[in-house]
Design a protein. Sequence first.
Length: 381
Amino acid sequence: MPLKIAILGTRGIPNNYGGFEQIAGYLSKGLVEKGHAVTVYNSHKHPYKENNWNGVQIVRCFDPEFLIGTAGQFIYDLNCILDTRKKNFDIILMLGYTSSSIWKNLYPANAVVITNMDGLEWKRSKYSALVRRFLLYTEKLAIKSRGFFIADSLMIKNYLDEKYKINTKYIPYGAEIINDTNEDVFSWYKIAKHKYFLLVARMEPENNIEMILDGFHQTDCDKTFVVIGNTKNGFGKYLINKYKNDERIKFAGSIFNNRTVRKLIAYSYIYFHGHSVGGTNPSLLEAMAGKAFIAAHNNSFNKSVLNNDAIFFTDASDINKIIQHSARNQQEEMMISNNYKKIGSEFNWPMIINCYEQFFYECYAVKNTKEIIFNQTYVTE
């Protein structure tokens, strides 16, 4: 039976921001190809202005974040939720909970609401202690909302299940295997194959970008270090200013062409992954799919994905040693191969889309069964 599905909680598709936008794009397109009717809610500021994208219906809602900052996200989510109340969706997938859980009492009663619980937002160092307490509060609100829950990391699933005594569904992100022989990208960025290090991340403190660049900056390595990510926020501007005198460090800004990013990944000498908070990070999976040799921050989230198929660091001195002493050998090539195989067996989009579809059907069946039991009891009484 085809389902009517709405996806909320992102700035919209096609992706020009981050991880949830990426999964919204792949998932919505894949579900449409399976015969479902899918609607994705976009910010009215999103540059894509068509009403349909690869068969996915686009609904634009007013997003005042550009006027009032972060508080605008709460209003944007409210506008999206209010619009879903006018429609007859079977499934509403909330990607994230921070700015939507406070409106949980307004979720449409006729739909199954499923929340992807994102990372442990209240642990992010960029937030003040007061904001972190609020984020922990919104996590609790999300759990109290009627519905079902998804975690993209086994670490997050275990945390949620243990703390809140729920049964969270584990569904990771995916990555796409891309074979592309176009090498124009190297002339565009004025770099040579295998002569640069690479990092792809949002410019946020918990992604340890400064630690990684400090470790590189302290070396006399003649390779280039390419950093991909939006540097227009305060932390991004700080990093640009700090390393402005090191001509080896190139800030490339945001790149949302997946083939371009994958090409840069494939020919990097080492891909550095500094993310320390969150679940199965999309950029890490892209690096694995791109056959990069990976150096990752030493934490349980990264290790649950990479196992022993990477070198791990905890501080700038570790970065320094990795850069000074790394050399491609048989062991490193085996790590690359093992990570690539994981994409095919654990983290590929067709498998992820199938998992979401199956979970949607299971949740829909559970909700309808509960309603039948309730109605029969009510009539009997």
